[in-house]
Design a protein around this ligand. Structure first.
Ligand SMILES: [Ca+2]
Ligand SMILES: [Ca+2]
Length: 157
């Protein structure tokens, strides 16, 4: 039977651009058993680090890898780093004398990469009710711009 074992690599690193979704990392299960003996599939679950439910993990039926996906786009300006705790179990019922100790969890560090989303104007579109026949140079309206890329120096074009 398969004894899920992530001890060979308990820390995974993943990088994902903000605003995108899809598979970000594959978690490999170290299966020392004979693959011909049949046995169950590894079942992955996210047990910690995903309060916004932005991630999902599924088992690849071909190789028993855990495919970690982003299902809700991440925001670099809100959270640049996510630490997920992943648990892996065997689909088969546990055998009493088989130890599943701490080796059945893995940590995934997800680093969110910044994308220049550009400044956003409020209100948009701007409506100006300009009075006719006012002197040149009169104050008409002010624009408020907030830049989501708080760490990037950029100019408004
Ligand atoms: Ca953003
Ligand atoms: Ca950004």
């Amino acid at each position: 039977m398969i004894k899920p074992n992530l001890t060979t690599c308990v820390l995974f690193e993943a990088y994902v651009y903000e605003g995108s979704t899809g598979v970000v990392v594959n978690l490999t299960v170290d299966d020392r058993d004979d693959p011909d003996t049949g046995a169950g599939r590894a079942i992955y679950s996210i047990v910690n680090g995903d309060p916004t439910l932005s991630f999902e993990i599924q088992t690849n039926p071909d190789n028993n890898e855990g495919m970690l996906s982003v299902i809700k786009p991440l925001d670099y300006e809100a959270e640049r780093f996510h630490t997920l705790l992943i648990k892996v179990e065997n689909e088969d019922p546990l055998v009493p004398d088989v130890g599943y100790g701490p080796s059945s969890t893995a940590t995934v560090h997800v680093t969110v990469l910044d994308i220049n989303e550009g400044p956003v104007f409020f209100p948009d579109p701007l409506t100006v009710n300009k009075m006719e026949n006012i002197p040149l140079g009169s104050f008409v309206a002010s624009l408020n711009a907030t830049d989501p890329d708080i760490l990037q120096t950029q100019s408004i074009r």
